[in-house]
Every structure is written in C-alpha cells, then in structure tokens.
Design a protein around this ligand. Structure first.
Ligand code: SAM
Length: 235
C-alpha cells in the first residue's frame, strides 16, 4: 500500500509543481520590488512563514503604512488559498509614521495591487482603538506595529489579545530598542520593550528575534498552552 507521505513522482505532478514555484517566484519578486520605506527588513518573511505555517482564517495588522507587512502576510494567505487580513491604519499623520508622506493609503493600495494581494486584505482606515470597538472575530495572528508608545501598544494588547485563538500568535515590532545603542536617536516615548517586559514577568511565553529593531512573538496564554492532555481519574 502507498504511504500517505510518499511523494507523487509523475511528470504531471512535476510540471504542475514547477509552474507553481515559478509563479510564486514571480510574486515574491513583485513583493521585493515594491517601495515600502520600512524598518521591518527581512523580518517581513517571518510574518510570511508564520502565516504559511499557521493557516490562519483571520489576521489583523495594526499599522500598515505602505504595506511591507501587509504584502508579506497577503502573499502567505494567497499561497494558503484562504484567510483574510484586516489591515488597520488611519493613513493620516500620527506620531508614529515612518519618514516621508503621511497619507500612505494610496501607496498601500498600489503595492497590494502590484503583488496581487487585494482579495486577501480588508483595509480599515482608522485607529486601532476605534477598530477594536465591536470587534467580534476570533484572531489567529495579529501584528502590532502602530502606536509605539507604552500606552498605545498596551491598549492594542488589551483590546485585541482577548480575541486571539488558543494557538494564535501576537507579533510585535520594534521590541529591542531599549537594549541596543542604535546609531540614531532613540525616542524617549517608545514603550514596546516596557510592555513586553511586563508580559514576560507575567508569565507569557515570548520569543524575540534580535533583527530589524526586534520582532517578538507572544503566545497570549500565561505559562503557554499546555501540550499534554490533563488526565482525569475515571469514576
Ligand atoms: C512603523 S509604521 C508601520 C510599518 C508597516 N507595518 C511596515 O511593515 O512597513 C507605523 C504605522 O502605524 C500607524 N499608526 C499609528 N497609530 C496607529 C493606531 N493607533 N492604530 C493603527 N495604526 C496606527 C501609522 O499611521 C503608521 O502608518
């Protein structure tokens, strides 16, 4: 009997695989040639890989700007053949825009169109606090990269983490500014590291990638999700 793990080795399979891989390479090229002006760097591929692995139905992004994170998540959803990203950003001047233009909506839409990800993304043009009002969808993955003040990032955590599913993941950007001497001025009001230190002390499992100003993955269950079934004694 054929094992379910035995790969298909027919010419038809290899032809379809090659066609699919070429198509994906073209999509990845389009993503790489978009203009984002973003500090996320290659850590955007961490979001892509996470979404490919997790197969989320619902992703949320707080802070899209020109869409580096948006496009990488959208591409993963496209490769998964399903799921939706709710991309929240007011697209107007805030204290937390990257350099250059502040109304990033047009650039975001253009970048999404160029890589063919529009069908997987719903743009919510508002601040995260307004977007959280009446939120009722379970979230499988949320990327928090909006208001980086302690109060702002704490509000995002408090408003959205209760909606995250059991094995869902919360990802924060800009988490290692406090432990590095970057060669440009660190803003005094950056509060992401402070919040994450509090979460760590509270027993939430954290994994930090020390690249691109820090990307931290948090499982929003204190002590982590138990991986062994609790045995109950039979009566
Ligand atoms: C650092 S940029 C995001 C970069 C983007 N994630 C990327 O991959 O390039 C921060 C963005 O957060 C947005 N922002 C600021 N405050 C926000 C809030 N309260 N809710 C949602 N977005 C916010 C800004 O408009 C800005 O576009």
């Amino acid at each position: 009997m054929k094992s379910i793990h035995e790969p298909d080795r027919t010419p038809r399979y290899f032809y379809r695989l090659a066609r699919h891989k070429l198509h994906m390479a073209w999509r990845h090229f389009r993503i790489a040639t978009n203009y984002y002006d973003s500090g996320l760097g290659d850590s955007a591929w961490l979001l892509h890989g996470l979404v490919r692995s997790l197969k989320p139905e619902v992703c949320v992004e707080i802070g899209s700007a020109r869409g580096k994170s948006t496009c990488h998540i959208a591409q993963a959803l496209r490769e998964n053949l399903g799921g939706k990203l709710y991309a929240i950003d007011p697209h107007r001047p805030t204290s937390w825009n990257d350099a250059g233009e502040k109304n990033t909506l047009h650039a975001l839409q253009q970048n999404l169109r160029a890589m063919g990800g529009e069908a997987y993304v719903e743009i919510i043009q508002s601040g995260s606090i307004e977007a959280a009002r009446g939120w009722n969808r379970p979230i499988d993955m949320i990327f928090i990269d909006g208001d980086h003040s302690y109060e702002g990032v704490k509000a995002d955590w408090e408003l959205f983490s209760p909606h995250v599913s059991r094995f869902g993941v919360v990802v924060f950007h800009d988490t290692t500014w406090s432990i590095h001497d970057f060669d440009f001025a660190v803003r005094e009001d950056l509060g992401v590291s402070r919040l994450l230190e509090e979460l760590r002390a509270d027993g939430y499992p954290l994994i930090t990638i020390d690249r691109n100003y820090g990307v931290t993955l948090v499982q929003p269950t204190r002590g982590g999700v138990p991986l062994e079934r609790v045995k109950t004694s039979a009566h």
